[in-house]
Each structure stands twice: as structure tokens, then as C-alpha cells.
Design a protein around this ligand. Sequence first.
Ligand code: SF4
Length: 442
Amino acid sequence: MKQVYLDTFGCQMNVADTDRMELILFHSGYQRTLEKEDADLILVNTCSIREKAEQKTFSLFGGLKPLKRANPDLILGLTGCLGQQDGKKLLQRMPYLDFVMGPDQVEGIAQAVDRVRTTGKSFVWTGFDQEKAYSIPEISGDLPQTPGASAFVNIIKGCDKFCTFCIVPFTRGREKSREPEELIAEISHLVSRGAKEIILLGQNVNSYGKRGLKKAMPFHELLYCIAEIPGVERLRFTTSHPNDFTRETIRAYRDLDVLQNHLHLPVQSGNDSVLNTMRRDHTIAEYLELLTELKSEVPDIALSTDIIVGFPGETDAAFEDTLTIMEKVGYSSSYMFAYSPRPGTPANDLPDSVPEEVKKQRLQKTIAMQSQISQQQGQVYIGEKVAVLIEGRSSKPGYAFKGRNPQYWNVNIQGSDLKTGDTVTVEIEQVSGHSLNGKALL
Ligand code: SF4
């Protein structure tokens, strides 16, 4: 998956606009990263209400210039009120910017990125659409003409789970799956144009096929069908809910060579009482039982997760349970967040019982724990030879390309005569964070 780094200045409206851009970009194959250096796309959603915010924006972009110089494929976009106010002047002041957009173009973010990719030219896109309703749009869009080595296919929209912290069921509606014939046609199209890896997307992909199809089809059957399509070299999916993750899907990991040995399975908390308040509808024992069965079939599978700390009612002891499960499972990476109430969600009505300072401390502890686990796991790869699908140029000095191994670790690669879309064997020499660095063996 490509990486987007998002930064926001200003008010809650800007924060909400950044969230929407993240959602739209997610459906276009971008996953949020907290590291500018790992990004393929950097967006700064700006504010123009005070000079200080403007100055901060200019200083931030000054710091991004060397990244752009090191990696000309990196796309830099400025969105929000400063873009609306100063438009062309910003491109004159910062010619390394790829585009400037106003706040009314949030829904067009994926098209803006495509336009830069296709034309290679910078542009300004501002103005106001008087007709447009303020809503989260349906994500559809045309199929890309030249997909990346790794391409994303949305198989299901919406969610029926109603976790109490989550706005998705309210903004994206109930689950609806796409017909398998349509998916197979889309995937065949993507691989015929150069895609090697397909990542199936949805809020809860494991629930695929229960609703909205002419004839119900369970998720694992879809995996078997896609694995048959000539040209699909790698297959992944995200995101899953533990309650919909079936034994048959575990068997698919065992049976299908193309299904890569990585699973993102959000746990959110390591404590049963917190899980109950979150309405996750499973216990930690059930979650662990599922992983034990999965690991017995696929011993080298890597696991990643989502974690929320500071949820209403999370005591010190409950938080410790989260650290315990992180250690017990040994996640290769985690998306970790401090809880903040979202208007419109059931949890918004619960007392936000954990002080902000405590949330921050807990978040820091989870980040430290994850970084320790990732570091330990990365060491295991040193001296190993791993198969890497090259996804593009690396921004890491001294490394020409980057890609992923089957377990979804970032791999920075030294070597010549390589190209995007190749799968190469890389001998790993170093680990830094969730990245492995090594040289291609030809
Ligand atoms: S967290 Fe995931 S499973 Fe729960 S309601 Fe949101 S999208 Fe659905």
C-alpha cells in the first residue's frame, strides 16, 4: 500500500477535512504513515486565520524540500484555507509543490493526485461549488490506466458492526458487497496493465458476500477465485473484524501461495471489559484462540493491529492488559491512537474518564512497546534472503528502491538494473523501525 503523510493546521473543520481526505485516499490505495520519510504523498491541510499558522506552513514545506529533491516521485500537496487564499502565489513561492487546493475540493483529492501522476505538471484548484452537498461521497472513480505494482480493489463498503467508538456505520452506511464478476473483471484489468499484487479493501472484508449480492458468497471463496486469475502474484486484504474471520479463511492462507503471510487483525484493547464497552463482541481469549489456530496452519504469518488507549472506563490495569497482549501476540506493527470522542458515535455519550495527560502517557508506552517488538522481530531478518515486490523509488539515502516482503515489512533496496514491479531476492543487512534495508541479489 502507498503511504500518505497528512498534517493539519487550524480548526476542527480542517481536522475533519483531513479525515475525509484520508478516507478517500485509503480507497485509492494510500495508508496513513506518521513518518514523512516513508511517504509517497505528503499533504498539508493549512489554515490562514493567523500569520503564525502560515509561517508554520512555510517552515514545514521548507523542511520537505530535501525529501522531494531526494525522491522526485514524492507528491507534495497544499490544501485548505491558505491554498484558497493565496493559490498561484504559493506555487511561485514554493515551486517544488505539486498542487494547491482549496477546502471545497476535498472530495477531489484522489483526482488531484492522479492528475499530478498523469501530467507531471503542478496546478492550482480552488473555487466554490454552490450546488454540492457537504457529505462523504461514494468512493468509485475510474480504474487507473497504469496501476502501481500493488493495486487496491474495494470489495465491500459500509459496516454493520457498530463499534461504539466508530463513525463508519453512520457515514458509510450498511455493508454492501460488489458482485464477484465485477471484481474479477477489475482485477483482470489491473493485472493486464501491470499490477502484480492485489490488496482487497473494505471496512470489514471478512463480512464480504453476506449482503448486496445476487447470490451470497463467503469471503474465502472470493479469495480462491481471485487466486485463479492469471497474473495475480500476490494477494492481501485489509481490514478484518475478528468475529467474521473464519476457519475457512485460515485454510485459504494455508492453501493459496499467492495469499501473503500477513494479517491485520484489529484488537483495539487487551481488556475484556473495555472490549465490551467498545461493543467488539468478542473476548481476548477468543481472539487469541483464533490466532493460535492461524499460527498452527501458517507459522511464519506476521500480525499487525489497531489499538486505542484511554477509552472510557480504561483503568491502569486494563491498559496494562493491552501492553500484555501486544507482547503476547508480538505484532510486527500497530496503528495506535489515544481515544477522542467522535460526535455521532455511541461512545460520545460515555464519560471521557481518562485524563488527556494519562492518555498521552499510555500512547507513548504502547508506541515504545511496539517499537521494541518491531526492533526484535526485524533482527530476525538480518542475514536472511527475502522476496520483495518493488513498489517504487526509496527516499532513504543510499537505497534505490523500496518494496514489501510477504510479511509486509518495508524493504529499502540497494542494487542496479531493478524496476518497479519486479520481485527480487534481497539480503537483509539492517533494520530501522518497521523497515528492513538490504541489497538485491541478482
Ligand atoms: S471499527 Fe471497524 S468493525 Fe467496528 S464499526 Fe468501525 S468499521 Fe465497523
